[in-house]
Each structure stands twice: as C-alpha cells, then as structure tokens.
Design a protein around this ligand. Structure first.
Ligand SMILES: [Zn+2]
Length: 402
C-alpha cells in the first residue's frame, strides 16, 4: 500500500495537504507535533497559545496523538503555578522510528532514530562495495537493517520508514539509482532489493547530508551549499530551507563542474572535472600515496605530521574546490558554504586555499565557508531524520499504519 509517507520526499516540511476539513485536521495535528518536538515538554495550554488554536481544539488533537502513541504525557507540571496544573507533553520516546541507511563505497551503515531525535540503534559494516552488484550489497544492507529494527523494536519502537543514502544520481521516483559511478550501478530500482513493507525513500548522500545540516546543525542558514565527498564529490543546494532537486533530481553534481577544461578525462565523459583534483583518490595520487581503505585518515594523519607532499596536494584540492564553488556561489548567492562528509576531516588543510580562491573570484564580500559538526555521520543521520520529519509532517498517515 502506498501511504502518504511513502510519497514524502525528503525535502522537509510544508508538503501540501488537501484544503478540506480532513486536510485542516491533519495540518493541525502536524502543527501540534512540530511544536512539541521543537519546544517540548509543553502543556496543552502552551501548545494552544503557540499555534493559535483554542485549548479545547488542541486537547482533541493531543488526545488523538497520545492514542496513536506519537505524544506522551510526562505527568503533572511542578506545583505552585497559577491555575490547574497541566500535564507536560513530549513527543514519544517509543512508537515510530526513522530508519536511515547508507551505502558507501567502503561501508554500509544503518541507524534507528526516535521521534525525539535520539539514535537508538546503529550498525556499521566495513565492506568494499566498489563494482559489486546491487543484489549482494543490498542483501547485506537488509541484514543490517533487520538487526537495527529488531533492536529498536526491543525498546518499544516500530519502523515508520526506511531512507537510504547512496553515492549516485537518484531519479525523482526516490527509488531508482540512475547512475552510481563509484559503485558501478546503473538504473537500479532499490525498492525491489530492500525489505518489503517499509515505505522507502532513496536519495543522494549529499542531499541527506545537507538536510541533516539544516535540521540538526546550529544556526544553519536557510540558503546554503553543502559539499561532501567520498571518492566522488557531491553537493546539495538548499534554498529557503528546501532542497533544490532540479529537473531530473540530479542537481548538485559539483564533482563534474570543470576546473580545467583541458584536464584529464573523467568517468562522466568530460575533462578536468573537480573530482579529478579534489576527490579522495585524486588527492592521494597527487600526494604519491596508494589509495587504501581509510583514505581520509591516511591523508589527515600525514598532513598532521607535516608531510609536505600531502599538504601541497590538499592545498591544490582546496584551490580546485574554490574554483568550482566560485561558479555556484556567483550563480546562487548562498549565505554560506558548508563542508560536510569526509571533507570535514580534511578541512584544516583544504580551507585556507579554498577560502582565498573563493574570495578572489567572487563578487562582493566573500561567502563564508564552515565545517559541518556532523562530519561523515551527516548522510546517515539525515536519512533517518527525513523519516522522522515525515512523521511530524503528517502524523495522521502514520497513526493509520500504527
Ligand atoms: Zn566528470
């Protein structure tokens, strides 16, 4: 069965519900959930004043959300306040959970996040996935998912949906990986290869990384570019708190922006793409190192020890990132650029040349560049939280499935 959650894109709140009485009720349920989630614990009276409905109307909505297991009462508020003591409401620490999963070139990861945003279960497996066919990879991912779901169920949670971050281009159906060059996957419908019965959303890892930044970062602006890398380099464009998907859903392919039009050939068919200068393997090659498993750890370790070849390779990668980002910054005028994913671990050596290149080439004051505090955890957390946000956005749909 296709539920509204199933259709939810990981683009955050604001999905239109029909303008009927039912639609109004569902919107109000969502407003109550979002308010308690953001500001709770709160009394019913406090929720009513926050969202501008009568206390009676809010009580009806709250009762429905408690019956569905989405809100819980924490008991009476501290005595001594004026008026009848109200019971503080919080989003439930049991009930629905978002299951996030990540397919990386060298690893698989799954986690369960409850409605309060806490990671309740997590599993990671280091496994070389490059050029492995989708069946076995997703078989292993399914195994990890089942383990994480079982652990979450042991704590009174149930999976509201599964969101999978992949290093590749995903079609607008949010299921089909059109092309993941570093995995060697083409036109693969992940829906056929993952656990049945769970509403599924598949998206590019850079997009989930950006959403994690938006939802979990401190003081993250509403307009920013999020850049992340593994072997490839991805970016996501967030405009007014929403992901820019583009016509086919492929927006953000910063890795294939040309840095030197006559540079080396790239797997995409172009030449001199950013990935050829700032992808992890490209940097290792430039530093004269063999690509191993922990590429970022190796580069960061050598750079810390003062290895001049590694430092020079990272500085050049920063310059290449600055050149590629210049086009994006001049075109989109974001409030900031955020370095996330594996790049965040190399930021101390990338940032100086990146910043100066960007400042030199962009019009007006330089766009600030910051480093994501979520680092490599961003895509996995963003995936799990996208399911949680889906529950907050339309709790009625989830209650029907509970
Ligand atoms: Zn390319």
């Amino acid at each position: 069965m296709s539920t509204p959650l199933h259709k939810a894109r990981p683009a955050g709140p604001g999905r239109a519900l029909p303008d009927t009485q039912q639609g109004m009720r569902r919107r109000n349920l969502s407003r109550v959930m979002h308010t308690v989630s953001a500001e709770g614990p709160l009394s019913r009276a406090a929720v009513a004043s926050r969202i501008g409905l009568t206390r009676a109307a809010v009580s009806t909505l709250v009762d429905e959300l408690i019956r569905s297991g989405l809100l819980e009462e924490l008991g009476p508020e501290r005595p001594g306040r004026v008026g009848r003591p109200g019971s503080a409401l919080a989003v439930s620490g049991r009930g629905p959970a978002g299951i996030g999963a990540e397919v990386g070139v060298d690893h698989l990861a799954v986690c369960a996040v409850d409605l309060r945003g806490r990671v309740r279960s997590r599993a990671v497996r280091h496994v070389p996935n490059r050029d492995r066919s989708p069946g076995p990879v997703l078989g292993e991912l399914t195994e990890l998912t089942e383990r994480v779901v079982a652990e979450a169920e042991g704590e009174g949670l149930w999976p509201a949906g599964l969101a999978v971050a992949v290093p590749g281009l995903v079609a607008r159906d949010a299921r089909t990986v059109v092309r993941a060059p570093n995995l060697g996957w083409l036109d693969t419908d992940l829906g056929d290869l993952l656990p049945a019965g769970l509403p599924l959303t598949v998206a590019n890892e850079a997009n989930f990384g950006a959403l994690a930044e938006l939802w979990l970062g401190e003081d993250t602006p509403r307009d920013f570019l999020h850049v992340s890398a593994e072997i490839g380099i991805g970016a996501a464009v967030v405009v007014d708190g929403r992901l820019l998907h583009g016509n086919r859903g492929f927006a953000g392919e910063l890795g294939h922006v040309p840095v030197r039009p006559d540079g080396p050939e790239c797997a995409c068919g172009g030449r001199g793409c950013l990935e050829q200068y700032a992808g992890e393997e490209a940097v290792l090659r430039a530093a004269g190192l063999e690509p191993g498993e922990d590429r970022v750890g190796l580069l960061a370790g050598r750079a810390e020890q003062g290895d001049t070849n590694v430092r020079r390779a990272l500085e050049d990668a920063g310059t290449a990132l600055g050149i590629a980002l210049t086009g994006a910054v001049n075109l989109l005028d974001p409030e900031s650029v955020v370095l996330g994913g594996a790049l965040s671990g190399l930021a101390p050596w990338l940032l100086p040349s990146l910043r100066s290149e960007l400042a030199r080439r962009t019009a007006g004051p330089a766009c600030p560049v910051s480093v994501s505090p979520l680092g490599p955890e961003g895509p996995l957390l963003g995936a799990a939280h996208s399911v949680v946000r889906g529950v907050l956005d339309d709790p009625a749909a989830v209650a029907e499935r509970a």
